[in-house]
Design a protein around this ligand. Structure first.
Ligand code: GAR
Length: 201
């Protein structure tokens, strides 16, 4: 069984969706570790409740991004982590980290990439006035929010949507899409060729 490390800086609803999918054997993997850069992240409470090992690492304790990531990677190797799952982790991952886990780090983004990159994707889409937005799961590369796309799912923006109502629908979609992508990943079903990701039959 593959070992996952889930990274989350905040509320951790995606972490919870993954935990639930693992419990129901919809994703056959072991969540070996939850990592956060935020001491107040509710995801750490979720990890504790689920009986999963967790690590809080404070970026302020490290001289730069690479030293932070070297510390994290050492721990990942020690735990024999196969895949890194970014779920609302609001830090940029260094090239060093990415090289160590090439095509083994995935991220979920609350918009249809390449539209609305960055940390405010839901409000950016709403403010722009697009009629359709959605969710993207992608491999992480050194280009921010620019790695090969694994799965996407779209939803319509309604005239009376607010940030709250749209965020709720986006999150519901994320909680379905991320476990689906993880299931493909841990079963070795994803083939990356350049920018494209193919699902093996
Ligand atoms: C999710 O909507 C995720 O897509 C987003 O942060 C949220 C975390 O929610 N990630 C990004 O915006 C990355 N650029 P959660 O903590 O409840 O899972």
């Amino acid at each position: 069984m593959k070992n996952l490390a889930v990274f989350s800086s905040g509320f951790g609803s995606n972490l919870q969706a993954i935990v639930n999918s693992v419990k129901k054997s919809k994703v056959k993997a072991n969540i070996a570790l939850v990592i956060s850069d935020n001491v107040d992240a509710y995801s750490l409470v979720r990890a504790k409740k689920a009986g999963i090992d967790f690590l809080y690492a404070d970026p302020a304790d490290f001289k730069d991004r690479t030293s932070y990531d070297k510390f994290i990677v050492r721990r990942l190797k020690k735990e024999k982590i196969d895949y890194v799952v970014l779920a609302g982790f609001m830090r940029i991952i260094s090239d060093y980290f990415i090289r160590q886990y090439k095509h083994k780090i995935i991220n979920i983004h609350p918009a249809l990439l390449p539209s609305f990159k960055g940390t405010q994707a839901i409000s950016d889409a709403l403010d722009y006035g697009v009629k359709v937005t959605g969710v993207t799961v992608h491999f992480v590369t050194s280009t921010l929010d620019g790695g090969p796309v694994i799965l996407q799912s779209a939803l319509d923006i309604k005239d009376d949507d607010t940030l709250i109502s749209l965020s709720e629908r986006i999150h519901r979609l994320e909680h379905k899409l991320y476990p689906k992508a993880l299931d493909l990943l841990v079963n070795g079903k994803l083939l990356v060729k350049g920018r494209k990701v193919f699902v093996k039959r």
